[in-house]
Design a protein around this ligand. Sequence first.
Ligand code: AMP
Ligand code: ZN
Length: 492
Amino acid sequence: MIDNSLVVLNSLSGKKEPFEPLKTGYVGMYVCGPTVYSNVHLGNCRTFISFDLIYRYLRHLGYKVRYVRNITDAGHLENDDDAGEDRIAKKARIEKIEPMEVVQLYTVDFHKILEKFNTLPPGIEPTATGHIIEQIELIKEIQAAGYAYEVNGSVYFDVLKYNKTHHYGILSGRKIEELMNNTRSLDGQSDKRNPQDFALWKKAEPQHIMRWPSPWSDGFPGWHLECTTMSTKYLGSSFDIHGGGMDLKFPHHECEIAQAQAIHQHSPVKYWLHANMLTLNGKKMAKSTGNNILPMDIFSGNNDKFEKPYSPQVVRFFMLQAHYTSILDISQDSLDASEKGYQRLVEAKRRFAKVSPGEKAGDFDTDQWLKKCYAAMDDDFNSPMLIAHLFEAVKFINLILHKNHPINSDQWQTINTMLEVFIHEVLGIAPVKEFSDDTEDTLNKTVELLIEIRNKARAQKDFETSDNIRDQLLQFGVQLKDGKDGTQFTLN
Ligand code: AMP
Ligand code: ZN
């Protein structure tokens, strides 16, 4: 049975609204995926982890969710502009490889990284280049509706005309008059009637290699169009949730709304959810500014930003300790605090699983606790609040473990099951691998041997070997920690 107390912050209204999907029991969710022209940085990952949390909780509530997340492999130009070079084509030109090689390289990287963060794959992962025919059809529909014009083989969306009968700016709050005042006038190079208009189809210059035939020219589709095309194709002209990072609200999502409204004359999306940005040194993590860090460099510790490595699960936990709509700044201190919190939680859960309950109930209201956990998640997926409630249970567990406080089997059962559900199923923290005593013993001895070899290497100042051992072990999920009492290790 699906509990109906979930509320979500809808960017369209700016308010928290009760979540009532269009079709009872079913949810259609579209999330803008990556443009695969470079390695995903940690900022990108935050957005995908945020929507993984949302996907997981909706599933946990019993919804049948169709989750579509695209791969942008064409049409996303530099500076999110209509005149820049295609990001993928540019990378291909610089690296002297095929655009498809660029796409393959970074799609594989994207999947690998998201798997490390234990995110669930979407049900459908369509690519822009796989939907050129559908995009051409959609342009024809926009043209037929009277909101597009063709100039020299390119087709543009007529924003000013659209705004006469609709509201361009409905999502972002931008005012067309202000946009007109703030944008450079066209320099005569552009075919556009107005700077606010955006490309639905662009004629390719002779040197542009990513090109497809169309009724207008050999060219390529616009970035905004691909998401409208793929969301409509797989989720229909009205669907429940559209997500993406906050920075996509304008122009990308605003333009998506305009395109869909132009054709269907109704709003395409019931709830627009936007994930907030990950910052580094107080500034948005971004590929273009170089203010970013790659996930693999955090996992291995090979970076100049942090003093030690952090496992994917610690980084995920760190992200979930902030609400997805809040800005989150990453720093050594905050990562260290999350690592401690993560270890405390996981360790308490592991030890609690081995507790034998007695007859007498302990002083812990499990029903009340459960209600609070659900209330946190029902309040727009408030993961930091949920984590705070999980720590309440950890306090109780520690009383049982260290002070022999009582616990009866009903309490044990509820707490044990719900820790499992909330930590792994909902928050998506990957379970720590458990081994049989024999295997664990062998593993411990093997790692201890490696630690010994590493210490010898360090004593001889052979840091290449010592760092290599540490980094390689981390790749296998074994994290070494140097402290006053020697080197300890944890399995992730
Ligand atoms: P892109 O590959 O540039 O199209 O971005 C993929 C996703 O990552 C989009 O949803 C962006 O909004 C999101 N994103 C980019 N930078 C950040 C950041 N610093 N923090 C959180 N999300 C981000
Ligand atoms: Zn999109």
